[in-house]
Design a protein around this ligand. Structure first.
Ligand code: CA
Length: 278
């Protein structure tokens, strides 16, 4: 029994270590894979070796290095789309993590590292994720430079979109890398279709109109002031009754005064009559 328990524990440890190593060693799943190039021009083309996924890097930024393919600002694709692009087919669905692109930055020859490199991914090459903008490790002139980003989405296709830097019409690329060290994630619809969302805010303004029902609560508030005015009015009638008492008190004094005068007159008349009888 002890042997069985020991064997089970040992097996568990071995499998755990295998899992850790598998997690630690991210694999470049773009290696050797096919891709689509959009924006090529003139003689700086691809060849049978699949230049961008063959693991062969240019030794310098000079355009004569055979590892490069040349994407141009003046290509028909760039003119139509505002960028050049590379779409890598990984062949299967993968948790895409780190993505890398290696390029020439040789501005003295009109070959510049792109001003923007966006990466989006897709499961079907139709619906693309929101783009992640890659960042350069460094941007030295006359050097091969790398730009890196992290996607963390599950997908089969990886699209690099390159926007030329000012004053440079060429973008020379020698390799792209895609690592499977990402986290599984669902692809959200592209942000470009958000104009529809602009109408949604309009709909949201309708809920704002629903806040007008909140104004209906204002009438409720108005009913409160109305209630408050009622007590106020009730106090006013109380005050008015007091003011009414004041005029009544005035009348009483008047009648008392008149009574006194009448009494005096009567007494005076009686006195006068009594004197005449004497
Ligand atoms: Ca290469």
């Amino acid at each position: 029994m002890k042997k069985i328990v020991s064997a089970f524990i040992a097996l568990t440890l071995v499998l755990s270590l295998c899992g850790i190593f598998a997690f630690a060693e991210a694999e470049n799943v773009a290696a050797g894979k096919s891709y689509e190039l959009n924006g090529l021009r003139d003689q700086y083309l691809d060849d049978d070796t699949k230049k961008l996924t063959n693991g062969d890097y240019a030794a310098s930024s000079h355009y004569s290095e055979p590892q490069y393919v040349g994407l141009s600002l003046n290509s028909d694709f760039y003119s139509a789309n505002g960028c050049a692009s590379i779409i890598v087919d990984l062949g299967e669905s993968v948790n895409v993590g780190k993505v890398v692109i290696s390029l020439s930055n040789h501005c003295s020859a009109g070959i510049g590292a792109p001003s923007v490199i966006n990466v989006s991914v897709s499961a079907d090459k139709s619906t693309w994720s929101e783009a992640v903008e890659l960042e350069y490790e460094d941007l030295t002139e006359a050097a091969v430079v790398k730009a890196i980003g992290v996607v963390n989405l599950t997908a089969q296709y990886v699209k690099y979109e390159l926007i030329a830097s000012e004053g440079n019409s060429w973008m020379f690329v020698d390799e792209v890398e895609v690592y499977n060290d990402g986290e599984a994630g669902e692809i959200t619809p592209p942000a470009e279709s958000e104009p529809v969302d602009e109408s949604v805010p309009a709909d949201e303004s309708v809920p704002a109109d629903e806040s007008v029902p909140a104004d209906e609560s204002v009438p409720a508030d108005e009913s409160k002031p109305a209630d408050e005015s009622k007590p106020a009015d009730e106090s006013k009638p109380a005050d008015s009754s007091e003011t009414e008492e004041t005029p009544e008190g005035g009348n009483t004094a008047l009648w008392i005064g008149l009574g006194v005068v009448a009494l005096v007159v009567i007494v005076a008349v009686i006195a006068v009559v009594a004197k005449k009888k004497k």
